[in-house]
Design a protein around this ligand. Structure first.
Ligand code: PMP
Length: 362
């Protein structure tokens, strides 16, 4: 050792040798879940009053906020003694939650079974299988109570398999708790309490509900603003506490809004919902990538679109410190929002010809 001659004290010498031999590494990928950065938005918000910061959840190892709930729900089951090595985790999703559960299952030694709809793209199914998940593809055009539906298939596998856990993210209180324990405290600490507004997309509602509950316990004045999709029932339910099926129609944004009322949404901690459209949200996601250098998913575009609409309603002023969740990474949308062919097929370039669209001033 190069310092051997200078250090006569043997204990100190041994300590220094030990330190020099240490390798600074994480033990596995799960140690990287959470503690995602807040990044100031400098361009996309230039015409809006206030200061805007994105909590960029694609910095999680599974590239989305769903890593948090996968890890939390599985570790809660372990704490309660429900899971032992070799047991099975079950969920109905081809999206981010499926990927996160598959990743956690690999590290912790569980089987992962995902029941997905036949509407899911081949890319998504291949991705989940690449992460070791067993994927059951179930017919898309049957009702939720049909025994062939992915809900019923997942439920049946869970009931028949002892030592299995059904994540059931739309109806699981632990989905809220995961964000109450992690996302909320992280934001409070990162802002030193200097936060006036919290904005998040609502799907299961876990992110907005858990985070808002924690933040409002610290400062009840923080405004909590939920983003919903046209075609979803959440905003109307928030305003009337009634389920209105007339609100429901197909839309393109994945992960945002719902055609049922999830119990993982605590409507009481949300001050206001705003609805956004497919086309504007898609353009906004592309604009975030091009102006901020942040390659974000479709719902990040939806969240920014919502912020723009809220600003038009006078929600923010010069003193506003607004934190918005960017839930996932753009790479999951290469054949959608980031494909000009897809954008064209949806009519999202209709108002401009393609050459003009390529030149849009973002
Ligand atoms: N964005 C994306 C891409 C998602 O997958 C989800 C989850 N459905 C959300 C936003 C909404 O998060 P939450 O389910 O916690 O409301």
């Amino acid at each position: 050792m190069h310092f051997s001659k200078t250090y006569k004290n043997k204990t100190l010498y041994n300590l220094l040798v030990f330190m020099e031999q240490q390798i600074n590494a994480f033990n596995n990928v799960l140690e990287l879940i959470g503690n995602t950065p807040l990044i100031k938005l400098n361009h996309i918000t230039k015409n809006i009053k206030g200061n805007f910061y994105a909590k960029v959840e694609s910095f999680n190892p599974g590239h989305s906020t769903k890593d948090r709930i996968a890890l939390y729900i599985i570790e809660e089951a372990e704490r309660k003694g429900i899971l032992k090595p070799g047991d099975t985790i079950i969920e109905t999703t081809s999206g981010n939650t499926g990927f996160s559960i598959a990743m956690v299952s690999i590290i912790k030694g569980y089987e992962c079974i995902l029941a997905v709809s036949s509407k899911s793209s081949k890319d998504k199914i291949d991705m989940l299988r690449s992460m070791g998940a067993k994927v059951y593809v179930c017919p898309a055009h049957v009702s939720a109570d049909d025994p062939r539906s992915y809900y019923q298939v997942a439920k049946r596998i869970h009931e028949e398999m002892s030592g299995s856990v059904y994540i059931n993210q739309y109806f699981n209180q632990l989905n809220i708790d995961a964000h109450y324990k992690t996302t909320g405290p992280e934001i409070w600490k990162q802002t030193n309490g200097n936060i006036t507004h919290f904005v998040a997309c609502s799907g299961t509602g876990g992110t907005i509900s858990g985070t808002a509950k924690y933040l409002k316990e610290q400062n009840p004045k923080i405004r909590v603003l939920g983003i919903d999709a046209y075609g979803s029932v959440l905003k109307k339910y928030h305003e009337t506490r009634e389920f209105d099926s007339d609100e429901i129609y197909p839309y393109r944004i994945e992960g945002l809004g719902k055609n049922l009322i999830p119990t993982a949404t605590d409507f009481d901690v949300i001050d206001k919902f705003i609805k956004v459209k497919d086309e504007e949200s898609a353009h906004k996601a592309r604009e975030i990538s091009k102006t901020e250098g942040l390659f974000v998913g479709y719902t990040s575009g939806a969240a920014m679109q919502g912020i723009e609409q809220l600003a038009e309603e006078g929600e923010f002023d010069e003193n506003s410190n607004v934190i918005v969740i960017f839930p996932d990474h753009g790479s999951r949308y290469m054949s959608k929002v980031y494909s000009d062919d897809w954008m064209r097929s949806q009519g999202f370039f209709d108002s401009k010809n393609i050459e003009e669209a390529q030149k849009i001033e973002y």
